[in-house]
Design a protein around this ligand. Structure first.
Ligand code: DX5
Ligand code: ZN
Length: 216
């Protein structure tokens, strides 16, 4: 299976969000990655539920919603109602991760867990079979356009072997600083989905850039 691409609208032109989403609809993107930042879990604020619903109104691709927020349990239903197909919560923001994953699934969404660069994939060992997607952060969350952390390749390999050892069906997503240089090695290491924000939206031809990433 070829790699799946999830462009992050964080890097898009918010004043023209409908056009940006229509561009993604016309592209080979597999998901639309939606970054929610609360100014508490991460040192930045992006946008929230109404903007997610507005994106969903025009989207023909499933929304992959990345919650960089504290107390995510309080907002799962609202983001599901706003159109989220995948809801990822941060490992570091959940005291009862297993319960949170069940709550996401009960809403009919796929359950994802995002881990910060300092969080070991080993911490997911006892819950991996309950996770549809692990989002490995390859930058410290909070901002687009940051430099990719090289240690990510080892984390992807480690996670891939954990998934295989446990016989889980979990997908591996990489988020932060993804570009054409690191994408091939990420794929070789075991990544299934690549999030790309600035690399896609700062390109002259985003549709072509998505196609090129996908054909790696
Ligand atoms: C970072 C976000 C990322 C970000 C990726 O906190 O979770 O999804 O938008 O943007 P780039 O690809 O520019 O690093
Ligand atoms: Zn993200």
């Amino acid at each position: 299976m070829s790699i799946q691409i999830a462009p992050s609208v964080l890097a898009s032109d918010f004043a023209n969000i409908q056009k940006e989403v229509e561009m993604l609809n016309a592209s080979e993107a597999d998901f639309i990655h939606v970054d929610i930042m609360d100014g508490v879990f991460v040192p930045n604020i992006s946008f929230g539920i109404p903007v997610t619903a507005a994106i969903n109104k025009h989207a023909k691709k499933p929304l992959d919603v990345h919650l960089m927020i504290v107390n995510p349990d309080n907002y799962l239903e609202a983001f599901r109602n706003a159109g989220a197909e995948i809801i990822s919560v941060h490992y570091e923001a959940c005291n009862h991760l297993h319960r949170t994953l069940q709550a996401i699934k009960q809403l009919g969404a796929k359950a994802g867990v995002a881990i910060n660069p300092h969080t070991s994939v080993d911490l997911l060992e006892d819950v991996i079979q309950d996770i549809d997607l692990v989002c490995i952060m390859s930058v410290n969350p909070g901002f687009g356009g940051q430099k990719f952390i090289e240690n990510t390749y080892d984390k992807v390999k480690k996670l891939k072997s954990l998934i295989n050892r446990k016989g889980a069906n979990t997908l591996i997503e990489i988020d932060g600083g993804v570009n054409q240089q690191n994408a091939p090695k990420l794929m070789e290491s075991g990544a299934d989905i690549l999030v790309a924000g600035s690399f896609v939206f700062s390109a002259k031809d985003p549709i072509k850039t998505i196609k090129e990433l996908k054909s790696i």
